[in-house]
Design a protein around this ligand. Structure first.
Ligand SMILES: [Zn+2]
Length: 433
């Protein structure tokens, strides 16, 4: 067997060109995320627009006209679908930790915020993140990115953005920096209709506040009642949109579940009974370990010591236990980092979240399948990506470092194919994401 060495020509060999409009590669492993299995020695044939064939058997001659042998054999590489970030605030600069600088950043005018967010989409795609499900902003940044990236003439290597427009919160309560109050509208139904009319891909509500780290719990009462959340659900579903709910704290998480949201975001302090209810009601969970872990990782800078730091550790430990119980119960756990929130950089944040899920006990294969096909099924509306299937978009990762051993291997250099273009992730600077 030949020994694999780093090959600087690989991106060129994976690229679709006018001379080579169809590429036929063979990889040592291929992640079939839809069927939760790994194919060995798999063929993958693609052109600029779609995947033409995936399988372990040699392709039929009709697919390839005269070609008899593959363009490229990579016996030590793994191919997997492009990743989908399940929870992003694309308008924010995540890596920044200083509260003052974060506040200043958000004071920029909407056009500047939009331009800065738009510049993130190319490096993200080149890192292998092909789509983002946004958690909201109040300046139409996400809606504009959604329109930009859905356009047929959108250039390759642009991550697709799915936006709820502004999140919806209770006037005077948490959520003002990424949302607008429901009170801007006559009632819940007209609020949801207005979001959809503006172009929202899904509806984001903020039924609870956030964790008070010093107290180690969610102190504020829920913002919306079960009945109100149910009205959001009915209005969103009437428009074929899923309902995404920021919720932490036992009381508020319970309201969200009983109200019938589609996804619980964060879900800190969730109980075992609530996990069972989520399974029964087919509600997905995006646990977002990253924003709390970042507080621990940078405790010195954030000023957390003593009992507050103990609280943070305890919250994360309980969250990991809940994750294990959720998986044992069959709850649909999805992968999103809350990138853009304090310390959670775009790009690196998703890879770190996958690492944190793995550390907390989620099986590696499960993480990879959920960050691709699983996220696409629930969060981005079953688009033709996030899975290596015939007819799907050729947007995938090829890596020498086996991600099935540990998701941490995805943080090493990898190749990304995006609609016939191909680049190495090593060309991307993680700065300013
Ligand atoms: Zn968020």
């Amino acid at each position: 067997m030949q020994v694999a060495a780093p090959n600087p020509d690989l991106p060129a060999q994976l690229r679709v060109t006018p001379e080579n409009p169809i590429r036929w590669i063979v990889v040592g492993q291929l992640l079939d995320a839809k069927n939760r299995r790994v194919l060995q020695h798999a063929h993958l044939i693609y052109d600029q627009n779609q995947i033409r064939y995936v399988g372990t058997a040699a392709p039929e001659a009709a697919i390839l006209k005269d070609q008899k042998t593959p363009d490229l054999i990579l016996p030590h590489h793994t191919a997997l679908p492009g990743l989908i970030e399940g929870h992003s605030h694309t308008f924010l600069e995540g890596a920044e930790l200083a509260a003052e600088k974060r506040a200043d950043y958000q004071k920029q005018d909407p056009q500047t915020l939009y331009q800065r967010a738009a510049t993130r989409l190319h490096p993200l795609a080149r890192l292998g993140i092909i789509a983002l499900r946004d958690g909201g902003d109040k300046d139409q940044v996400g809606l504009r990115l959604s329109r930009l990236t859905a356009a047929p003439d959108c250039p390759p290597f642009t991550a697709r953005v799915f936006s709820p427009g502004a999140g919806i919160h209770r006037q005077g309560r948490y959520g003002g920096f990424f949302g607008k109050p429901v009170e801007d509208h006559a009632d819940i139904e007209s609020c949801v209709r207005a979001r959809v009319a503006e172009g929202a891909d899904h509806i984001k509500i903020v039924p609870t506040g956030i964790i008070n780290f010093a107290k180690g719990q969610v102190v504020a009462p829920p913002q919306f009642s079960v009945e109100e959340i149910h009205q959001f659900r009915q209005a969103a579903h009437a428009q074929q949109k899923h309902l995404m709910a920021h919720a932490s704290g036992e009381l508020g998480v319970g309201y969200a579940i009983e109200g019938g949201v589609d996804t619980v975001e964060h879900g800190f302090f969730i109980t075992d009974d609530q996990l069972a209810r989520m399974r029964a009601r087919n509600i997905s969970w995006v646990p977002t370990f990253s924003p709390v872990q970042e507080q621990v990782d940078h405790a010195d800078l954030m000023g957390w010591t003593g009992p507050t730091l103990d609280n943070l550790h305890r919250i994360l430990e309980n969250h990991a236990r809940s994750l294990q119980k959720a998986l044992a119960r069959g709850v649909n756990v999805l992968v999103g980092s809350d990138s853009g929130s304090c310390g959670v950089a775009h790009g690196a944040g998703l890879f770190y979240e996958m690492e944190l899920l793995e550390r907390a006990g989620m099986p590696t294969l499960e993480i990879l399948c959920q960050a691709t096909h699983g996220n696409n099924r629930v969060l981005t509306g079953n688009r033709p990506f996030g899975s290596l299937e015939k007819g799907f978009k050729p947007r995938f990762i090829v890596t020498l470092d086996n991600p099935l051993e540990t998701v941490r291997n995805l943080q090493r250099e990898r190749l990304v194919v995006f609609d016939g273009a191909a680049e190495s992730s090593a060309t991307v600077s993680l700065e300013n994401l």
